[in-house]
Write a protein that binds this ligand. Structure first.
Ligand SMILES: Cc1cc2nc3c(=O)[nH]c(=O)nc-3n(C[C@H](O)[C@H](O)[C@H](O)COP(=O)(O)O)c2cc1C
Ligand code: SF4
Length: 489
C-alpha cells in the first residue's frame, strides 16, 4: 500500500476508560430512533469483505463464523460485506443476484440474531461493479488482443502492411514508445489491465446502466428483506459503478453525467426503485464518499449536494467513507488486477499507522462534519454514519458530541476486538485489544485471502476445534472473551 512520505509513526491508545455510569450517560451508548432506523446505541460495524464465500458466492460456515463473532460483541448494527447484485461470477464475494442465494443468507441472518440475542440490526451492502481484467502478458496483448487501427498504422507508417508485421513492430518497441502510439486506454489495458468505466458509452451494457441498475438493486433489496435483514446499504462509495456515476470524472452526456445534478440522478433513481420495492419498515441507506481524494474528484461541496438530495429523497441513513479509487492505484503485477486501495486515495480509505501530520485517526471527520451540517441546514435529520480510525471510547464519543456523525462505524477496531463494544458496556474497557493499524488485514484482503487480524490469528490456533485458514497458518475468528475478574455476562 502507498504511504505518505513523512512516515510519522502513530500509535492507537485505549484512551480514557469509562466506568459503567459514564457509559450509561454517554452519547455513544444512547439509543438512536430516527424514522425507520432504530439502534440500541450508536455503534456500527461497517462492511468488510473477508473473502470467505464460495467461488460461486454462497454463504459458508466461515462466513457464518465471521459475522457470528462480530454479533457476539453486540454492536448496534452490522453491515454485511459488499454483496454482488448481479447473477455473474465474482469470486469468493457474497452474492444476492438470484433466489438460490436466499437459503444461505437466511442462515446468516439467523446466526447474527442468535449470537447477538437480537440486539444487532443487520444491513447488507449492495454492490455493482464494472469489468476489470488482469494485467496481461505484453506479447500476448500486442499479438492477439489489441485492435490494430488506422491510427496505429499511420503513426507507424505501416498503412498497407500485413497486420502481423504491425504487431511485431509494436512488440519490438519500448513501453515509452508504445505510449505515444497506442490510445491512452489501450496503453492502460496493456500496462495495468483493461478496466471499464461508466463513460464507455460505446459499450451497450454500459450505456444502458441507467435502464438496468434500478431494477437490479431493487431485486436484491427485495431478497434482503425476504431473508429477514433489517435493511440495505447501497454501495455508492469507492471504485465501483455507483460511485463512478457520482464522481466528477463522470462526463456522460446522456443526462447521467456532467453536472452535480446529473451525476446524482441515477443514485436517486436506484434509491427510489429500491424504496418502492421493499416494505415501509425496511431501512434503506447509502454509503458514499465524503471525498474522492483524487485529482479533479468531486469536491466536498458536490457531496453536500448529494447528501442533501439523498436525505430529501428519504434515505434512512447516510454513511460516509473516503477515497479508495482505481484512478491512482498502483500498477498491478503481471497477471494481477488493479486494486483500488493501493494508491494515495486508497490510503485515505484505510490509513495505516505510518502517516503524515494528520495521522490515520479521523481523516474523514472534517468532511463528514461539513456534509452532516449541510444536511441539517437543509432541514433534514437523517442520521450520518462516520468512520475512519475509530478505536476507543473517547474518540467515538467525541465524534457524536462534536456533531461529526450520529453513529460511529469502526471496521478494523471491530476486527481487532469484536467484543470492544461489549467490553465497554459491561465495564471491562481495560480488556479491549486496540487495533494497531498495521493493515495486515488489508494486505490479506488485497490478495483475496481470508481476512484475519494479526493480534489474534496465532493465539491457540492449534487447539482442537479451531477453524484455520486455507493455508493452515491462521485461526479464522477471534478467541472467545471472558472477563478477567470472572464475572459472568
Ligand atoms: C478487510 C477490509 C474489507 C473492507 N471491505 C469493505 C466493503 O466491502 N465495503 C466498504 O464500504 N468498505 C470496506 N472496507 C472499508 C471499511 O468499511 C472502513 O471504511 C475502513 O476500513 C476505514 O475504517 P476503519 O479505520 O474503522 O477501519 C473494508 C476494510 C477492510 C479493512
Ligand atoms: S490486522 Fe488487526 S491490528 Fe492490524 S490493522 Fe487489521 S485489525 Fe488492526
Amino acid at each position: 500500500m502507498w504511504k505518505p512520505a513523512q512516515r510519522i509513526r502513530w500509535e492507537a491508545s485505549e484512551g480514557h476508560i469509562p466506568d459503567i455510569e459514564e457509559i450509561e450517560a454517554s452519547k455513544l451508548f444512547s439509543p438512536l430512533e430516527c424514522g425507520r432506523l432504530k439502534l440500541r446505541n450508536r455503534t456500527w460495524v461497517p462492511a468488510m469483505v473477508p473473502w470467505r464465500a464460495t467461488e460461486e458466492g454462497y454463504v459458508t460456515d466461515d462466513v457464518l463464523d465471521w459475522y457470528g463473532r462480530f454479533a457476539r460483541g453486540r454492536p448496534a448494527a452490522i453491515v454485511i460485506e459488499a454483496t454482488g447484485i448481479r447473477d455473474v461470477p465474482s469470486g469468493p464475494l457474497l452474492r444476492i443476484g438470484h433466489d438460490r442465494f436466499l437459503p444461505g443468507l437466511t442462515t446468516l441472518v439467523e446466526r447474527i440474531h442468535h449470537e447477538s440475542s437480537g440486539d444487532t440490526r443487520i444491513f447488507i451492502q449492495l454492490i455493482d461493479f464494472l469489468a476489470i481484467r488482469r494485467r496481461p502478458n505484453r506479447e500476448k496483448f500486442l499479438s492477439r488482443f489489441l485492435s490494430i487501427t488506422d491510427d496505429i498504422r499511420h503513426k507507424l507508417d505501416l498503412v498497407d502492411t500485413d497486420e502481423s508485421v504491425v504487431r511485431q513492430a509494436l512488440i519490438d518497441m519500448s513501453d515509452d514508445a508504445l505510449d505515444s502510439i497506442l490510445t491512452a486506454r489501450d496503453f492502460e489495458s496493456l500496462t495495468r489491465g483493461y478496466r471499464e468505466r461508466v463513460t464507455d458509452m460505446h459499450l451497450p451494457h454500459v450505456r444502458d446502466l441507467p435502464e438496468v441498475l434500478p431494477d437490479l438493486f431493487a431485486d436484491a433489496a427485495e431478497r434482503a428483506e425476504a431473508v429477514g435483514m433489517d435493511g440495505v446499504e447501497l454501495h455508492y462509495a469507492h471504485a465501483y459503478t455507483m460511485a463512478s456515476f457520482l464522481s466528477a470524472s463522470n462526463t456522460r452526456a446522456d443526462g447521467y453525467g456532467g453536472s452535480v445534478e446529473s451525476r446524482v440522478r441515477l443514485p436517486l433513481e436506484v434509491f427510489r426503485s429500491v424504496r418502492q420495492r421493499v416494505s415501509d419498515k425496511f431501512v434503506v441507506g447509502a454509503r458514499f464518499l465524503a471525498e474522492e481524494c483524487i485529482d479533479n474528484g468531486s469536491t466536498v461541496d458536490d457531496v453536500c449536494v448529494f447528501a442533501v438530495e439523498f436525505a430529501r429523497a428519504g434515505m434512512d441513513f447516510l454513511s460516509l467513507s473516503r477515497g479508495g479509487k482505481f484512478d491512482d492505484a498502483k500498477q498491478p503485477r503481471l497477471g494481477e488486477a488493479a486494486y483500488p486501495y493501493t494508491g494515495p486515495s486508497g490510503y485515505e480509505c484505510m490509513p495505516q499507522y505510518l502517516s503524515d501530520e494528520f495521522g490515520p485517526f479521523g481523516r474523514n471527520f472534517a468532511a463528514t462534519h461539513k456534509i452532516r451540517k449541510a444536511v441539517r441546514d437543509a432541514g433534514f435529520v437523517t442520521p450520518v454514519v462516520g468512520a475512519g480510525g475509530v478505536h476507543n471510547f473517547e474518540m467515538a464519543e467525541k465524534i457524536i458530541i462534536d456533531e461529526v456523525a450520529d453513529v460511529v462505524a469502526a471496521a478494523r477496531q471491530s476486527l481487532a476486538d469484536p467484543d470492544w463494544v461489549l467490553k465497554l458496556e459491561t465495564g471491562h474497557g481495560r480488556e479491549i485489544r486496540v487495533c494497531e493499524y498495521t493493515n495486515y488485514c488489508e494486505g490479506l484482503d488485497q490478495k483475496h485471502k481470508q481476512v484475519t487480524c494479526q493480534l489474534w490469528d496465532r493465539i491457540d490456533r492449534d487447539e482442537p476445534g479451531i477453524t484455520k485458514s486455507r493455508d493452515g497458518k491462521r485461526r479464522m475468528v477471534a478467541p472467545d472473551w471472558k472477563p478477567a475478574d470472572g464475572t459472568s455476562l
